[in-house]
Write a protein that binds this ligand. Structure first.
Ligand code: NAD
Length: 348
């Protein structure tokens, strides 16, 4: 199948292929939409199985950024970059500088930040040669803190919609993955009275959660089956397959991990079983929201009025509620309603 007609392509406005022989840089920047403003999206540095896999990832992720920013109500578009190769082997300062010089050429339509395989320090190295970078330590700080706060706002919308309650007291939540975001969520909802079931491949984190939160521990491969009210995947994507969707005992699935639904059928299975799914890219938008202020004042760009960070994070609650309402009215899963709403917002 040709590129323009592939499902992933979805009328991307621009796709750039950059290479620098001297440093071995091979990068793809995909810009899905600038309908709401210049595109923003992180840089993923990863050893891909093939060039096609890298391109697909860039296209898929940049479309997701269009949706995420549009549903967060932000005046920015969606884009994403991938740098191909094993970061542990090929990431060097000259390579990051070569990458930055390419980003500089397209800075009126795209700005980047961190993602898998790129640290804040790496992004600061890119920033030495181009201003079109967000998420440096001079900005809003660790995005995972804002992601966790946004998720708690989203969980409140889930509580209201599915459980008709306003507070976490006695609500049982299974948190899969106690990393930067999962721990932040666990800490916040524990403080409001939630009872936690946890899992992580890191034993030390699990032990800390037992000590600090009195959490119950679930086996790594069984936490999705925990007898809880809400299952919050905060580790990996793809955890909801048709098989696991049939095993979930919670009445809602709502967490931080990107791309939790392995297939559309997995989402349909949850919906059929009356389990509410909170679309991950709506719930976990706090990180990108916190980095966007940095795009204001970038050279040559007009200044836009961003809502305050607190307002934007709180909006996750209202947006999720709108999505649940629309899904219920149309008799469709929330992720389908969310995608439609996002496409309307970007004029597609
Ligand atoms: P992280 O690397 O800090 O934490 C992930 C945690 O999951 C680690 O503690 C890891 O040990 C654990 N883990 C790995 N495999 C596991 C398994 N099989 N079972 C249980 N635990 C396992 O990452 P993070 O920043 O907390 O992000 C978590 C998820 O949220 C990721 O999917 C990420 O893409 C997504 N997300 C993060 C942000 C952000 O701001 N950090 C924003 C949006 C989405």
């Amino acid at each position: 199948m040709g590129l323009w007609s592939s499902a992933e392509f979805d009328n991307h406005e621009q796709v750039c292929f950059f290479s620098d022989e001297e440093t071995g840089l091979k990068a793809i920047v995909a810009i899905h939409s600038t309908a709401r403003g210049p595109a923003a999206g992180g840089t993923r540095f990863k050893a891909y199985e093939s060039e096609e896999a890298a391109l697909d990832d860039a296209l898929r992720l940049s479309r997701a950024m269009s949706y995420k920013s549009a549903l967060a109500g932000l005046p920015v578009g969606g884009g994403k970059s991938v740098i191909m190769g094993d970061p542990a082997r090929i990431k060097t300062r000259p390579l990051l500088h070569a990458y930055g010089r390419f980003i500089d050429r397209i800075g009126q339509t795209y700005a980047t930040g961190e993602d898998v395989g790129m640290s804040v320090a790496d992004i600061e190295t890119v920033n030495e040669v181009t201003p079109f970078v967000g998420g440096t330590s001079a900005g809003a700080g660790d995005p995972s803190v804002h992601t966790a706060i946004g998720i708690v706002h989203g969980l409140r919308a889930v509580l209201k919609w599915q459980f008709e309650r306003d507070d976490f007291a006695g609500v049982k939540v299974a948190v899969q993955g106690l990393g930067a975001v999962g721990w932040g969520v666990a800490e916040r909802i524990h403080a409001e009275g939630a009872r936690l079931v946890v899992s992580d491949i890191r034993k030390d984190q699990v032990e800390r959660a037992v000590e600090r939160f009195g959490a119950t521990v679930a086996p790594i491969d069984k936490i999705h089956e925990a007898e809880v009210d809400i299952y919050a995947p905060c580790a990996l994507g793809g955890v909801i397959t048709e098989a696991t969707a049939n095993e979930v005992r919670a009445r809602a699935v709502a967490g931080a991990a990107n791309n939790q639904l392995a297939t559309p059928e997995a989402g349909a299975t949850l919906a059929r079983r009356g389990i509410l799914f909170a679309p991950d890219y709506v719930l976990n938008a706090g990180g990108i929201i916190s980095g966007l202020e940095a795009t204001n004042g970038m050279p040559g760009r007009s200044k836009v009025d961003f809502p305050s960070l607190e307002e934007s994070l709180a909006q996750i609650h209202d947006r999720l509620t709108q999505i649940f309402e629309r899904a219920a009215a149309e008799g469709r899963p929330p992720e389908v309603a969310a995608e439609e709403m996002a496409r309307e917002l970007i004029g597609r």
